[in-house]
Design a protein around this ligand. Structure first.
Ligand SMILES: [Fe+2]
Length: 490
């Protein structure tokens, strides 16, 4: 590599490129890892392998790199490996950045025209014997869950016709069905949405297409036994804008939130469109139904969260000024109206939710998230400036009462998304463990904290010491050993 990385916020402090692939056998543990934890915590995030062709890049443009933390008998091993995308292969061959701006193929080097652009950096999900590395601008890549070797670009053996697929599919806990959708499903800035269900073996069992009211970002969904709910964010795409070298997404403060409710197994024409005032719908906590009523729980932020996708005037709010509410929308499928009703469950700046996966799509009680607690101190002299997303607290929310329990990770640290692992396959809902990576920013290394899920406020029961810096990952999942057996040597 003959060009240095830029010294811009996206490439500084804990976001400096790391680029290292490798394994750490039997990590040092303080405290005690419960012996019943047997499985793998997979996470993925961006780590740009080559300096950006355009001189800078937004945080979502980095090449996906996957971490596997494998747990057995109170021990944990770690593996860290890139998703070997067609894009990364092309750039490695050239030993330089060839792809241009975020989701803007018009800025690419001509030599890579037609090569799949996705960096697969957003989520890692188990399905049909594969670990799928996913990003919503392209199709997933299938990886070997035991070796993290990249197997192939995954279109379900030709059954999935869309040009993209969400990074937030949901797995029905009763059937194992894998439910998801694609937006911009016929190419960037198209209004086309494709909805899919694949069975646990990867066979197509449902496909329907519809048009979104806007060519807009649809980042996450809720799934119940009978419905798929899509949250349309007022971040609109414009092909002409990217053709001129602009950004794909632009915040539109005059545009409503739109929630599309589609009967699973139904047709696109059966979709209902519900509208709520302009705001930023975040990650879906969970969804469930009760008769004709469909409920969707998620954090809703009062303004644009993505400072790198500002409005037409170039304005983006200071992230510290944003206000988050944990909202339970009710969509009444027996009514003719297009307005959902809202119940505010909590007011906490929490995001990146997980629930007990055995309750996805069903009535449930507990959410596990990370949050920004602005009342807590931060020490920039020791830990460096805050740039971009910043969370300093792990929280659990009792969705029945709104009660939160939280654990602040310290004034030189920041958190990453926590996941939940049940204590046993038949443990009551929410009985188990919450685990999440913490960046020790002053020390340029990380820890993995493990909590009793019902007692997050009491602090970690185990701290797994990681002697290297794990960059900010986006999402991950706990996968029990019953789904993906651990490698033989663990
Ligand atoms: Fe996400």
């Amino acid at each position: 590599m003959t060009t240095p990385f830029p010294k811009t916020p996206a490439f500084m402090t804990i976001d400096e490129p790391f680029r290292f692939e490798g394994e750490l056998f039997d990590l040092e543990v303080e405290g005690e890892i419960p012996a019943e934890l047997e499985g793998t915590f997979y996470r993925v995030g961006p780590d740009q392998a080559f300096p950006p062709k355009m001189g800078d890049a937004n945080p979502f443009n980095g090449d996906g790199i996957v971490t596997a933390f494998r747990f057995k008998n109170g021990h944990v091993d770690m593996q860290h490996r890139y998703v070997m995308t067609h894009r990364l292969r092309a750039e490695r061959k050239a030993r330089r950045g060839l792809f241009g701006d975020y989701r803007n193929p018009f800025t690419d080097d001509p030599s890579v025209k037609g090569i799949e652009r996705t960096v697969s950096n957003t989520n890692v999900v188990p399905h049909a014997g594969h670990l799928l590395a996913m990003k919503e601008d392209g199709r997933p890549y299938a990886m070997d869950p035991q070796t993290l070797e990249t197997r192939q670009l995954w279109d379900w053996n030709g059954q999935m016709k869309a040009t993209s697929f969400t990074a937030h599919p949901k797995i029905d806990p009763e059937t194992g069905d894998f439910v998801g959708y694609a937006y911009a499903a016929k190419g960037e800035a198209t209004k086309d949405v494709a909805c899919y269900t694949f069975d646990k073996e990867g066979r197509l069992v449902w496909e329907t297409w519809l048009e979104s009211p806007h060519a807009a970002m649809i980042h996450d969904c809720g799934v119940t036994p009978n419905y798929l709910v899509l949250a349309v964010i007022p971040q609109l795409m414009d092909l002409e804008r990217i053709r001129r070298g602009g950004i794909l997404f632009q915040w539109h403060p005059e545009v409503d939130q739109v929630y599309i409710v589609i009967p699973r197994g139904g047709e696109g024409k059966d979709a209902r469109f519900f509208r709520a005032p302009n705001a930023f719908p975040g990650h879906v906590i969970n969804a469930f139904e009760d008769g004709d009523k469909v409920y969707l729980d998620l954090p809703v932020v009062n303004d644009n969260v993505f400072w790198f996708f500002p409005d037409a005037s170039g304005r983006a709010p200071d992230p510290a000024s944003l206000r988050t509410q944990i909202v339970r929308w009710c969509f009444d499928m027996s009514s003719k109206g297009d307005k959902p009703t809202a119940k505010i469950i909590a007011e906490v700046a929490a995001e990146f939710p997980h629930v007990d996966d055995r309750y996805v799509g069903r009535p449930y009680r507990y959410a596990f998230m990370q949050a920004t607690d602005h009342t807590k101190p931060y020490n920039p002299e020791k830990a460096g400036p805050i740039m971009g997303f910043f969370f300093n607290t792990f929280v659990s929310i009792d969705m029945a009462t709104g009660e939160t329990k939280s654990y602040f990770v310290g004034d030189t640290s920041s958190t990453q998304e926590p996941v939940f692992a049940p204590r046993s396959p038949d443990a009551p809902e929410g009985e188990g463990y919450v685990m999440g990576v913490v960046n020790r920013r002053a020390e340029h290394r990380s820890d993995l904290l493990i909590f009793d899920a019902q007692r997050i406020d009491e602090g970690p029961i185990a701290t797994v010491k990681i002697p290297v810096r794990l960059k900010y990952a986006i999402h991950g999942n706990w996968v029990p050993a019953s789904v993906f057996p651990l490698p033989d040597d663990v």
